[in-house]
Design a protein around this ligand. Structure first.
Ligand SMILES: Cc1ncc(C[n+]2csc(CCOP(=O)(O)OP(=O)(O)O)c2C)c(N)n1
Length: 629
């Protein structure tokens, strides 16, 4: 680990506030070096964190967040905050099993107000806290730190709309680095670019500054003027600003790597008590060239090796993932069918859509961090004769439940495919990112088809099947590599609502869904060697279920196991139980295996599956345990 002599003296923000101002740049450099080293070992959100080190130091110098409130948007940029709020000694355990989390977590520190991980929430949270402290009669500032990607999302817009006319003590810090994960998209983003770069605007600012500076006794003292005067002068400069029109006092844009300037601006703003916004320009990856030059790659980096000279090499040369399959299969589908339109909500690389963006820019849409809009937009496209494929992480589709209900399923004949990546346990990103709810969330919606592949070959087939089905389909697949060696050789063609029987056994039946098919099959083979002989069925469809096959076999089975990597409540096992109960064929023993009714912490996907007895060894144990009972 790099030497961090100054950081080592800081056990809390109080220590930071005692530090001499001239030591702050060195502290920033130490934090950046430590962040880079730790993330190279653990993986994590490197580029965003490097970009806000100076801003985080300035915030903790000016505010006391044991009293005031700091709300992170997404929360992926909270590493420097963790280092400065008493977690320096645990920092090397970042994102590891039993270690500190990669996002804010009130269980770790009272200075983390909310558990976060999803975007666009910070202004609403901060506004709520500001209202609550006013009602308690307390003077506290609520600060929302939000990026230029997240501020374009609907929830953030709703919060701005509410906050602007309130009189609450709310400070929004807009961290503008021109990037979400990829380049920020949308009209607001173009507007921010104009503010940053437009010569006329910059000229007007400079002229105003020159005029003020030329006034003896006033100009040079500008930084120390009373709040009202500063406010008034800035209002003059930014009279036609969109944020001003929305009811916020707007300040900026200022350089987010200039610590004295940041500190001074924040000090001025800390004395105000109405809705205000500070526009700060930062550089993603600042201080580590590899990340600054390729911020998209280092947004959420896998572990990597730092080579001499600062270049990087990946340490984990991965096998092919399910996302790789979607990237290739969807590109091929687009080549063969020009009515397909691919949609992402700000995640072109994570979802595998970047090749489509390059090859078919006309048939690729990035809506920004706007999942609700992505879904309803797809409804409009489908109504207009297109075949939209919305590729989205399972956890983020939760945002768009009503749109799927109202704008897709309720409309007759809308063929929209939801390709749900990162379904199931995702690993180190933890509870905000596990994709455990999509089955329960979508299963009860009329017209919806739910399917999940057992491996890459089936995913490829299912995608084509889904695109041509002519109705709403949710196709879920996990964040992991494809199975190392195919256990199952022959491919039985897909048919709506038909399962695939993989193994026949006399002692019971296992109904497995998606990524759980391989471990269930392997576990059944292991159990067979111990004398328990089970049928294994790859369900393929959670809706419609293969009722005929299930009913036929349920009558003979001594025990039925259902296996899924999703929430048990409302999941595939529930669907099987409901069906068998309704059919009057409830078996003596029905054992539902999946994710219990609690939030699952961060650890690697394989560690979590093992802990939950959902890997082959754990499943085999369960199958054999029933032998003794
Ligand atoms: C609702 C939701 N959709 C997508 C994501 C995935 N995601 C994480 S960070 C990020 C980009 C955020 O961009 P910005 O707010 O500009 O912050 P920056 O990383 O640039 O600091 C995205 C899209 C998310 N966390 N939540």
């Amino acid at each position: 680990m790099p030497e961090t002599p100054i950081l080592n003296t800081i056990d809390s923000p109080e220590d930071l506030r005692k530090l001499a101002a001239e030591d702050l740049p060195k502290l920033g450099a130490e934090i950046r070096a430590l962040l880079t080293e730790v993330v190279s070992q653990t993986g994590g959100h490197l580029a965003s964190n490097l970009g806000v080190v100076d801003l985080t130091i300035a915030l903790h110098r000016v505010f006391d967040f044991s009293k005031d409130y700091l709300c992170f948007d997404v929360g992926h940029q909270c590493y420097a905050h963790k280092l400065l709020t008493g977690r320096r000694n645990q920092f090397h355990t970042l994102r590891q099993k039993n270690g500190i989390t990669g996002f804010p977590n009130p269980a770790e520190s009272t200075q983390d107000r909310f558990v976060t991980g999803h975007a666009c929430t910070s202004i609403s949270c901060a506004l709520g806290l500001a209202i609550a402290s006013r009602l308690r009669g307390e003077e506290r500032t609520a600060v929302a730190l939000i990026g230029d990607g997240s501020i374009g999302g609907g929830l953030a817009f709703e919060a701005l709309n509410h906050a602007g006319l309130s009189k609450e003590n709310l400070l929004v810090i807009l961290n503008d680095n021109e990037m979400a994960i990829a380049q920020t998209v949308g009209a607001l983003s173009s507007y921010l670019t104009r503010i940053r770069t437009e010569p006329a605007y910059q000229k007007a600012r400079k002229e105003m500054k020159d005029i003020l500076n030329s006034i003896p006794l006033i100009g040079p003292q500008l930084d120390r003027l009373q709040d009202t005067l500063v406010d008034g002068i800035k209002q003059l400069v930014e009279a036609e600003h969109v944020f001003t029109d929305l009811g916020f006092a707007y300040y900026g844009p200022i350089d987010g790597h200039n610590l004295p300037l940041l500190t001074r601006e924040l000090e001025n703003l800390s004395k105000l008590n109405h809705p205000r916004i500070l526009h700060v320009i930062t550089r993603k990856g600042n201080g580590f060239d590899a990340a600054a030059n390729d911020p998209e790659k280092f947004h959420s980096a896998a572990p990597f090796k730092i080579l001499p000279g600062g270049e990087t090499a990946e340490t984990d040369l991965k096998r092919k993932s399910y996302t790789n399959v979607i990237a290739k299969s969807l590109l091929e589908a687009c080549e063969g069918d020009d009515s397909i339109t691919a949609i992402t909500a700000a995640m072109p690389s994570g979802t595998g859509l970047s090749p489509i963006a390059k090859r078919f820019p006309e048939r690729y849409i990035d809506v920004g961090i706007s999942e609700e809009h992505a879904v309803t937009l797809a409804g409009g496209l489908a109504k207009g004769g297109r075949k939209p494929v919305v590729v989205i992480y399972s956890t983020f589709i939760q945002r768009a439940y009503d749109q799927i209900f109202h704008d897709i399923c309720l409309q007759p004949d809308l063929g929209v495919v939801f390709a749900l990546d990162r379904a199931g346990l995702v690993g180190a990103d933890g509870p905000t990112h596990h994709g455990l709810n999509d089955i329960a969330l979508l299963r009860h919606l009329p017209r919806m088809t739910l399917m999940a592949p057992r491996d890459g070959e089936e995913l490829d087939q299912m995608l084509t099947f889904a695109i041509n089905l002519g109705g709403p389909v949710a196709l879920r697949y996990p964040k992991c590599n494809l199975p190392a060696k195919p256990l199952i050789k022959e491919f039985q063609p897909l048919e709506l609502g038909r399962a695939e029987v993989l193994r026949e056994g006399k002692d019971g039946m296992v109904l497995a869904y998606g990524a759980m098919v391989y471990p269930a099959y392997e576990a059944a083979e292991m159990a067979a060697a111990e004398g328990v002989d089970l049928t294994v069925v790859n369900l393929r469809f959670a809706k419609p279920l293969d009722q005929g096959e299930i009913l036929k076999r349920a009558k003979k089975a001594k025990v039925i196991y259902t296996v899924e990597d999703g929430a048990l409540a409302g999941g595939v096992g529930s669907a099987v139980a409901e069906f068998l109960a309704d059919a009057g064929a409830f078996p003596k023993k029905l054992v539902r295996l999946g994710i219990p009714d609690r939030f699952i912490e961060h650890a690697s996907r394989s560690e979590l599956l093992a802990d939950l007895h959902l890997d082959a060894a754990g499943l085999c144990q369960t199958f054999l345990a029933k032998k003794q009972s």
